[in-house]
Design a protein. Structure first.
Length: 197
């Protein structure tokens, strides 16, 4: 079981993440650029979390692509959530807007009230494990090939959201330990790479 840390404001955490990121050619910025924060906040998941805060914003730019890893917190008190998020911006991406997350019991009620969970008859394990939505169902179905579905089934539960040239990845309610930064980037990159090609 993963532990949730409550350290997004910790100076020690920032220093440790900066050092871990430097080994992978990431640079720590004080804050995300305003236009980037607005674009990220507009993506599914982050956009639905009012008064969310970015912290420990690390960025790496290679081959015209920007990979950012940051802590994102929202809520207050016992309802405060903190997650480490990886966000890729690439001119090679042209993705339909979608949001994928582990399915909760309450999500099974959404179709009863007019909401939509995109399921795949040929992949019942995936459809049971994840809640998937998107404005253009046909485009989302085309994007989620058998290969992508299989890779997500084999991966530990995660959340992925995208629109246009941006895609983000996180493990719900999971704030990484700085010592696990490289392993987190590897897990995130594995999933983000699925949607590049």
């Amino acid at each position: 079981m993963r532990s949730v840390l409550h350290l997004t404001d910790s100076a020690g955490r920032t220093v440790e993440l900066e050092n871990a990121g430097r080994l992978l050619r990431f640079v720590l910025l004080d804050d995300p650029p305003a236009e980037e924060a607005a674009a990220l906040a507009a993506l599914p998941f982050l956009g639905g979390r009012k008064r969310g805060q970015f912290a420990n914003y690390l960025v790496r730019i290679e081959g015209g692509e920007k990979l950012a890893v940051f802590d994102f917190s929202y809520g207050r008190g016992s309802r405060k959530h903190e997650e480490t998020v990886a966000a890729l911006e690439s001119p090679r991406l042209s993705l339909p807007a979608f949001a994928l997350r582990p399915e909760r019991t309450i999500d099974r009620l959404i179709p009863m009230i007019g909401g939509k969970d995109i399921d795949f008859a040929g992949s019942p394990a995936f459809s049971h494990r994840y809640f998937l939505r998107g404005d253009d169902e046909a485009a989302v179905r085309t994007l989620f090939t058998a290969e992508r579905i299989r890779a997500l089934e084999e991966h530990e539960p995660c959340a992925v959201a995208a629109s246009g040239s941006r895609i983000l990845y996180f493990e719900p309610d999971h704030l990484i330990w700085p010592g696990a930064f490289d392993a987190y980037v590897a897990r995130a990159t594995k999933i983000l790479d699925l949607f590049r090609g």
